[in-house]
Each structure stands twice: as C-alpha cells, then as structure tokens.
Write a protein of this length. Sequence first.
Length: 289
Amino acid sequence: VGVPQLAAAVSEAGGLGILTALTQPSPEALRSAIRKTRQLTSKPFGVNITLLPSINPPDYEGYARAAVEEGVRIFETAGNNPGPLIKYFKSQNCIVIHKCTTIRHAKSAERHGVDILSIDGFECAGHPGEEDIGGLVLLARAVKELKIPFIASGGIANGTRFMCTVESPIHQNIKEKIVASTETDTVHIFRTLHNTARVFKNKVSLEVVAIERRPGGAKFEDVRELVSGARGRKVYENGDPDYGIWSAGVAVGLIDDIPTCKDLVRRLENDVEEIVGLLTGLVQTKSKL
C-alpha cells in the first residue's frame, strides 16, 4: 500500500512517507511513482526496498538506481543481505534506515554503515524473523547493544495503522474489517518453511496453516497458488478479506477508527506529549516513606 497517494499524505501530515519499491512492477514504474509523489507533496519522503527469498528475484539494483537518479535520498532497507544496497546508497550520500528483527542483524547493519535502525518485534505485520522475540525484550536489548539511533516498530500500531486511514488506497471493506478486528485476528504462515509471515487470519491463511501441519510437512509448491501476491493484492481492490493473503500486525486490536493521515499523526504526537508529561509528574525526588 506504499503508493504515492499514501506516502504523500503521510509526509504532508509531518511523518516520513515511504514508497514501497516492489509495489511497482519495474524500476521505470518506480520512477513514475516518485514523480507522482513529488506532484502531491513538497515534503521529504523515502523509498523502501525489501529483499526476500524469491524464485525470480526482482531487479533490486535497478530499483535502487532509479530512485537515486530521481533524487530520493532516504531509503529503508529490509531482508536478506542488504550490504550491497547499503554500500551503494551510502556512496550516493543517502540516509539509510534498515529494518531488523534481531540484535545480531542490527549489529551487522550497523557495521555496514546504516544511519538508523528500525527494530521490528515479533508482533509486527509481515516477516518477524525466525527467533520469536517480542518487542519489549528486543527493544530493551537494542538500548544496551546498539550505538546508532533506532526506531521502535512492530506491534505499535504505526505500520498497519496507516493502512486504515482515509488516504490509504485499500478498499473500504478492508479498512472496516481492520477496525472490527482484535489482536487475535492474525496468524503466522510459512513457519515450517522458515520464512515466517504474520498475516490476517482468514480462510486462505488458515488453509495454508493446515497444509503446513500435514504429516510430512509441506513444500512451497503446495501453497503457491494460495499465497500468490497477485491474489493478495486483489483483496485491497475487491474488498473481500477472504480472497487472499494480506499482512496485518497484532496492532489491529488497537485500531478503532479511520482517520486522515493528518489527524492520525497529530493524535500520535499529542499522545506522546501527554504520556511524557504524565511520567514527568510521577517523578519524586524524595521518598514518601
């Protein structure tokens, strides 16, 4: 859903809008998306490139080169072996945010020279890694171990949350389904294939889980048609939540409305200010005993 319409709205609201490169079918299509985003906002925005196991890998270098040539200077990377991309982006004086699900990978990205890390807990939508470490422990470890700034992400209602905004390009039925859902309405697929993904719990994802649990396990070919990306994208177009696989984090349980991006960002800012203010008021310089 990281398309120009949503990325621009987030940036206009004061956040950092992100275009997802692989949402576009080719590097040239990404160029067009970047240009369209610039027509919608004069604020900074970035591009995400996620490297995942694939039978036919996308042209990652082509996407990266197209974005840099179009003047993008903020990139989010994620997935396997990001070193070559990070090296290229840094050679072009870009800011790189790398998303990790383990401290081990975060330290590796730190050595590669990324500027900022995004630490994704087990609660996140999409791929939480294979070590099943929840956000509370993972973030506490990050504070102890990392030397560069990092963002807390995954299960905090700051990713899935933006799917459920007025400007989000997904079908209204899916937005309303998210609002009606609870924190128990996600499920992990691909556990037995060691490529775990947290997705919305529906007829298709439960069928995938059932196939994986068969005696003798399952191969990717056994679920290929069910988990097709094209089928998953149709969910956002036709509004049928049971049509295919679609990502959602446990934070669906915290979403109860469909605001504009501007209202959502303002609310997030106000909530942080209020909580910090309350914590300050709780500090006591002397014991009450």
